[in-house]
Design a protein around this ligand. Sequence first.
Ligand code: SF4
Length: 192
Amino acid sequence: MLKQAKLDRIIRWGIKWSMWPVHLVTSCCGVEVAHTSAPVFDAERWGVLPFNTMRQTNVILVEGTITRKMAKVLKWVYEQMPEPKFVIAMGACAVRGGLFWNSYHVVQVDTIVPVDAYIPGCPPTPEAVIRAFFMVGNKILGKPGPEVKPVKVDLTPYLPQPKPAAKPAAKPAAPAKPAAAPTAAATQAQPA
Ligand code: SF4
């Protein structure tokens, strides 16, 4: 009889090679996912089979900007996925908002659902997408992987700054004083 630890390893191995991502495509990054599955890169060789039924998938690939309205959809999709489930944030927009980082309606994916792998780039290459799946695979197997997290940059200086308060109008200049009369000593010092 198989020991529980061995059985657990086999189950994890099976999950690692059966990652079927559902796509949450909101922007242009989705095009690179099509390349990832096309013949040249053929991610299905590693068990990455694009899927479109959220209840039968274990990975959600977030491709593009997530707005406040889309955040609700992301949460809704995530909650319908069976366990174990994983999230990959693909592209600068999904990682930190990308071009729209300071827009009033853009949210970061990891504030809505837990993210297992980030793929930087605009757009990321198919190789980078495949690498992210391997990172998640290593996580499933319990192998230590590179801790790749987006660097938090202080963007405050680039945000619109409050305008300085208007200065009060300058007072009109005081009239010039008349020149002082020459003193007696100065008069005596004058040449004759
Ligand atoms: S990261 Fe670049 S390619 Fe990807 S969705 Fe944003 S703008 Fe488009």
